[in-house]
Design a protein around this ligand. Structure first.
Ligand SMILES: C[C@H](CCC(=O)NCCS(=O)(=O)O)[C@H]1CC[C@H]2[C@@H]3[C@H](O)C[C@@H]4C[C@H](O)CC[C@]4(C)[C@H]3C[C@H](O)[C@]12C
Length: 324
């Protein structure tokens, strides 16, 4: 399972948890402006916006899971198993292979508005990166400081939804996830009033009772409601450290601990990493399952006019800071 969220203070933040039972070999990858993107079915692009994000690099190509570009446009792919359908290339369409979708949008678009235009004529194709890497079944969130979209390629074609809550998890399809939020509209960070019945003498015996009914399990529908409630009610200072700290707390509300989600005999899905992009500053923050120290890579500390990728292996072991 995975969860993505946005957050706005002085700057705009975007990130995701990557929940899975194994890693493909992830690297924080900077694609500079002159890296040649040889798209499979459309014109190659040798000069474009630079981007940074988490990717698996295969044959020198950045297979991004989530990323932002230098203009502050952000995007993440999350599992959408059994619902994602990709098509053969179609005449008259901009045909983009599933694995090219993040690089294509982030190299060409400076905003969600521009991405929306690109999506009007886009067909996500079932072209595999290689025999060893079949198509991942995903749907996507595309965000900037002003708005978010959800993109789903299904049997009915490409669907583009406004995403007013700025969150995404996995199944069911996005319109159903949004509809199910109706069930939670009476939840509140404030203590509840007794609306149950006048004759029942009910008291608030604990703090936090306004959100009783907010799900806490790890299913995708439950994480959607949990993280949306947490994000929409989040309060923090607007400094970089307060904002980043709060962002990790928002996604921490749907963190997956080893042992709670068994996917095969003795195999468990865990939060392999959590990312937080400062989309205004081009900084990619992350933590990993065993490293809670927030680490960061700043895209502007590399030469963005190069043609070669720069990759950083995530620091996966944490250190305890003894004070005595
Ligand atoms: C496994 C990841 C999604 C995690 C997730 O959503 N888990 C939820 C599990 S569940 O549904 O709720 O059961 C996805 C996100 C991005 C994916 C990767 C990216 O799409 C880039 C390439 C694409 C290639 O086609 C396959 C390898 C790959 C390197 C993908 C491997 C894997 O499918 C990734 C890493």
């Amino acid at each position: 399972m995975c969860t993505a969220a946005t957050y706005k203070t002085k700057d705009f933040y975007f990130g995701r948890t990557l929940d899975y039972e194994f890693s493909y070999g992830d690297e924080i990858t900077i694609t500079p402006r002159n890296f040649p993107f040889k798209f499979r079915h459309t014109n190659e692009c040798n000069s474009h916006f630079a981007m940074i994000g988490m990717a698996h690099i295969a044959d020198g190509y950045p297979l991004y899971y989530d990323a932002m570009n230098e203009k502050g446009l952000c995007m993440a792919g999350l599992n959408f198993v059994r619902n994602a359908v990709y098509f053969e290339p179609k005449n008259g369409k901009e045909n983009i292979a599933q694995f090219e979708f993040i690089p294509y949008i982030l190299s060409h678009c400076d905003s969600v508005l521009q991405a929306r235009k690109k999506l009007e004529n886009l067909n996500i194709t079932n072209t595999q990166f290689s025999d060893k890497l079949p198509c991942a079944q995903l749907h996507w969130i595309i965000s900037d400081k002003d708005e978010s979209l959800t993109v789903e390629s299904t049997i009915d074609g490409l669907k583009v939804y406004d995403n007013p809550v700025g969150v995404l998890t996995n199944n069911p399809p996005f319109d159903i996830q949004m509809f199910m939020l109706n069930n939670y509209m009476s939840l509140s960070p404030k203590q509840p009033e007794n609306n149950f019945g006048k004759s029942a003498e009910l008291t608030t015996y604990s703090r936090g009772m306004g959100a009783i009914g907010l799900p806490g399990d790890l299913s995708s529908a439950s994480r959607f409601a949990k993280v949306a409630f947490t994000k929409l009610n989040s309060v923090s200072g607007d400094s970089e450290s307060e904002s980043v700290s709060q962002f990790f707390h928002i996604l921490g509300s749907v963190d997956q601990q080893r042992g709670c989600c068994e996917v095969a005999e003795g195999k468990y899905e865990i939060t392999l990493y959590t990312s937080c992009c400062n989309a205004d500053k081009g900084i990619y923050y992350y933590t990993t399952y065993n490293n809670h120290q927030i680490c960061a890579v700043d895209m502007h500390k590399t030469d963005l006019d190069m043609a070669e990728l720069t990759a950083y292996t995530p620091i996966t072991e944490g250190k305890v800071l003894f004070q005595n």
